[in-house]
Ligand binder design. Structure first.
Ligand SMILES: NC(=O)c1ccc[n+]([C@@H]2O[C@H](COP(=O)([O-])OP(=O)(O)OC[C@H]3O[C@@H](n4cnc5c(N)ncnc54)[C@H](O)[C@@H]3O)[C@@H](O)[C@H]2O)c1
Length: 252
């Protein structure tokens, strides 16, 4: 049996890849040999820095700005990527937002923005990318959910709902598109990024995040490593699974 972590000869489209987990995944995939499409939304400088970092490693990348929560923009992103790179072998649905707010203060706009960004974008991107993967007879999709999509959390109802939806969508697409295309998800615990930091957490939130067996936040690179595993041949028997780099916050 020959299996490898290499992504040589493959193109990966990563949403929200200008910062955090998406950025770390873009850099790691490039180190594994992939050409990377770095999606960002209104972050041209951060995205250009990711592209330059990949080029400095001897890799290939391009940045495309698009709001992946918008149906027209998500479709344009995939069309532009395909025009530039020909094929998309790996899609990582990483773009997301987070909001901590009491449920009874949650507005219609809060709810709609969260569901459109953290769940709707995954639907839109999968719908836009899957026809090409089906036509080429192969493909891998990695969806970034969250441990909060499994456990739920007070003050985070829209986020938890969206991430639970990502897990349901992952399992459904995994069954519908197997064996040609493998679809899996990652449900990270708290990871130190622009989205989550000990400095910005409420005391209650911080206490919960550190009260886990490993007693620390994760690093973006640790989630990227799981994404590389799921994108590569090494995970070729994984289908519809939810992997949990989470320091022990959830033990299914
Ligand atoms: N940091 C954590 O603790 C943690 C834990 C579990 C899951 N996650 C998930 O990991 C993913 C990455 O988050 P992160 O921690 O790296 O935070 P981050 O804020 O650094 O990254 C999120 C990226 O998504 C982009 N984005 C947001 N809305 C977008 C849109 N409509 N179109 C395109 N891009 C958009 C942002 O600009 C940003 O670059 C998110 O889906 C998040 O929910 C994070």
């Amino acid at each position: 049996m020959s299996v490898s972590l290499s992504l040589a000869g493959q193109t990966a489209l990563i949403t929200g890849a200008a910062t955090g987990i998406g950025r770390a995944t873009a850099l790691l995939f490039a180190q594994a040999g992939a050409r990377v499409v770095v999606n960002h939304w209104n972050q041209p400088e951060d995205a250009a820095a990711v592209v330059h970092a990949i080029e400095a490693l001897g890799g290939q990348a391009l940045a495309i700005s698009a709001d992946v929560s918008d149906p027209v923009d998500a479709k344009r992103l995939v069309m532009e990527a395909l025009q530039s790179v020909g094929h998309i072998h790996v899609l990582v649905n990483n773009a997301g937002i987070l909001q901590e707010k009491p449920f009874l203060d949650t507005t219609d706009a809060d709810w709609q923005r969260m569901i459109a960004t953290d769940l709707g974008s995954v639907f839109l991107m999968c719908r836009a990318v899957l026809p090409g993967m089906v036509a080429q007879g192969s493909g891998v999709i990695v969806n970034i959910a969250s441990d909060l999509g499994i456990t739920g959390r007070a003050q985070f109802a829209p986020y938890c709902t969206a991430k639970a939806g990502v897990i349901g969508l992952t399992k459904s697409l995994a069954q519908e598109f197997a064996p040609t295309i493998r679809v899996n998800a990652i449900a990270p615990g708290a990871v130190a990024t622009a989205m989550v930091s000990l400095e910005q957490m409420s005391p209650e939130w911080m206490e919960k995040e550190l009260d886990i067996p490993l007693h620390r936040l994760g690093e973006a690179q640790e989630i990227a490593a799981t994404a590389l595993f799921l994108a590569s041949d090494l995970s070729r028997f994984y289908c519809g699974q939810v992997l949990g780099p989470n320091g022990g916050s959830v033990m299914p």
